[in-house]
Design a protein around this ligand. Structure first.
Ligand SMILES: Nc1nc2c(ncn2[C@@H]2O[C@H](COP(=O)(O)OP(=O)(O)OP(=O)(O)O)[C@@H](O)[C@H]2O)c(=O)[nH]1
Ligand SMILES: [Mg+2]
Length: 391
């Protein structure tokens, strides 16, 4: 991010950051780009802004379609979430994504011997224990997806919308190389699949004239001065910057643009019935580390539903809570909460009324010190907790 932008570009960006309305924001971003001199030093930032614009266009279009609710028209790219979590199933063409949906979901996907058989996002439900996961097959990721190639913008918007990602690669077709291609395209669109090393929070302040840091981590490829300069380039002269974990200048950029997301991910090394070369698998594992790589054959491996279901369950740290009324058995259908959710979060999730009128709760199971324990709003829930709310 160059700090030497012309003043009119800087003040235009300032306008962008102050604007919430998506249409106006889009227009201002376009005006901002026209004010930025085009050279190597500004290329990365321009691309990032362009991607953010593409995403905004996507959101605007989505809203328009929802408003119209015509139910007609071209392929629908927006897949409403269902079940305990939505997982985007992605990969290069012909890797076996449809085969995964065919093996573990009820989806009428078509497995084709030729690539690009799937041309629009296609959902299916995978039952796992007493919940279901929604898998959405995303059309192939190609080199240039993040520049809009092969419906790239729409595909990436769907991936961004999901709760997690499964990358399928083909062991007979340069798995490590293809994995990197996919990862790069996601990264260009600021969808990060490696666990984040650190985060930055930037709280702009109206008054005061300096940048203050709160250190809960360290900088890895930049100095404090670099960050101050970067912020100054965007006319941020007074702010509180909280550094957590290992933070690079990219992390600061992401915090500034508010555009990067992390999606928990695992990798399926498919078609091991055709190629089970240990060296190739090792190379893929090294390339994808620290992500888990699971070698399998989506056509031959048995019990794929349990395997895939349990991997998703563990990775997303699914927390099922069973509500109960006095004198009755707990509900058979759980409520799925975010990991680390509290009794208060659950009450809000059920209905704001429950939260407002909450008196106390009684809990059983792993989150309880003993059965029938009386707890308040801030008790953290664990998978398998039974709860009775009193209002
Ligand atoms: N031998 C073998 N073939 C497989 C396996 N998984 C998928 N295939 C074959 O690979 C081809 C592509 O499979 P799909 O599931 O359609 O792949 P895709 O990723 O959905 O591909 P597109 O959406 O068409 O780009 C088909 O001919 C499948 O039969 C496997 O584990 N072993
Ligand atoms: Mg397919």
């Amino acid at each position: 991010m160059p700090a030497n932008l012309p003043p009119d570009a800087k003040s235009k960006w300032n306008e962008v950051t102050l604007t919430k309305n998506p249409e106006t924001r889009l227009q201002l971003m376009g005006e901002f780009l026209s004010l930025v001199p085009k050279h190597k030093g500004t290329e990365k930032m321009c691309n990032q802004v362009k991607r953010q614009m593409a995403q905004l266009r996507e959101e605007i279009e989505k809203k328009r379609q929802q408003a119209k609710k015509t139910g007609s028209g071209g392929p629908s790219y927006y897949i409403p979430k269902a079940g305990a979590a939505q997982m985007a199933v992605i990969g290069p063409a012909n890797a076996g994504r449809s085969s995964l949906l065919k093996a573990v979901t009820n989806s009428p996907v078509e497995v084709t011997a030729w690539p690009f058989g799937t041309y629009k996002p296609t959902p299916g439900m995978l039952p796992y224990q007493d919940i279901q996961f929604q898998l959405v097959e995303i059309p192939p990721i190609v080199e240039g997806s993040s520049e809009g190639r092969s419906e790239g913008f729409m595909n990436l918007a769907c991936i961004r919308n999901a709760d997690g990602v499964i990358v399928v690669v083909d062991m007979t077709d340069d798995p490590a190389g293809n994995y990197l291609m996919v990862k790069d395209e996601l990264e260009n669109a600021r969808i990060l699949i490696d666990p984040p090393m650190g985060t930055v929070e930037i709280e702009k302040r109206g008054s005061g004239r300096d940048i203050q840091f709160i250190w809960e981590g360290e900088l890895v490829d930049c100095s404090q001065e670099d960050i101050i300069q970067l912020l100054a380039g965007y006319r941020i002269k007074s702010a509180l910057v909280r550094v957590k974990g290992k933070v690079s200048l990219d992390t600061v950029e992401d915090a500034l643009f508010g555009n990067a997301v992390h999606r928990p991910t695992f990798v399926l090394a498919n078609k091991i019935d055709l190629n089970n070369d240990p060296a190739m698998l090792e190379q893929l594992r090294e390339t994808a580390a620290p992500l888990e790589v699971i070698p399998l054959s989506l056509e031959k491996t048995q019990n794929l539903d349990t395997l895939i279901g349990s991997k998703i369950f563990e990775m997303l740290n699914i927390t099922r809570v069973y509500t109960k009324e006095p004198g009755k058995e707990p509900a058979t259908d759980p409520i799925v909460c975010k990991p680390g959710a509290t009794v208060g979060d659950l009450a809000r999730l059920i209905h704001n009324d429950f939260y407002e009128r909450f008196k106390y709760a009684r809990i059983w199971g792993p989150a309880a010190k003993f059965d029938n324990e009386k707890v308040g709003l801030d008790r953290v829930l664990l998978d398998g907790t039974v709860i009775q709310l009193y209002t």
